[in-house]
Design a protein. Sequence first.
Length: 205
Amino acid sequence: MTVEITTHEELRELLGTPAPRAAAKDRPRLHERDREWLAASPFCLVATAGADGTCDVSPKGDPPGFALVLDDTTIAIPERPGNKRADGYRNILDNPHVGLIFLIPGRTDTLRINGRARLVRDAPFFDEMRVKGHRPVLAVVVEVEQIFYHCAKAFLRSELWRPETWAPDALPSRAHLIKEVEAPAVSLADLERHYGPEYARRLYV
């Protein structure tokens, strides 16, 4: 029998009460250590929700420090050329609330930021976000409302950073997946060429 949780009271009864330090650890402004973390992080996940409640989580990555600190309560995340779906960006236009998780490879803790986002198509700080001579397509400017460090348990349980647990060949290649799942009319040879060595050379154009 499936037993569903339907109230906040049921949830709290099951999970218990957070320790005082965990309950009070979020802050509204960047600490100097937060700035250092962002300077070292090459990757984050951006969670958004549309006006109708539908959700999206998009990965963003660039050289470490790609998320630019504008001041103690504002950061900017660059957008590079992609597939043009813009799921998360369309959500932001309807609902500015975003959740971010910044990772540092090898670290089992993460930095979480929640806030309000807006889309900027150009600004003087875009020049600071150049990579290989290319300015970003746009930037997500996030006004920080809540920031805190998240504990290591999920990464320790998953053994995410242990190379001996990695299994990149557990599934067929990207080209094979696209051929089978998304684009059966496109030839496998064309897909393999698209996702071959040239793919990495087209990241910023």
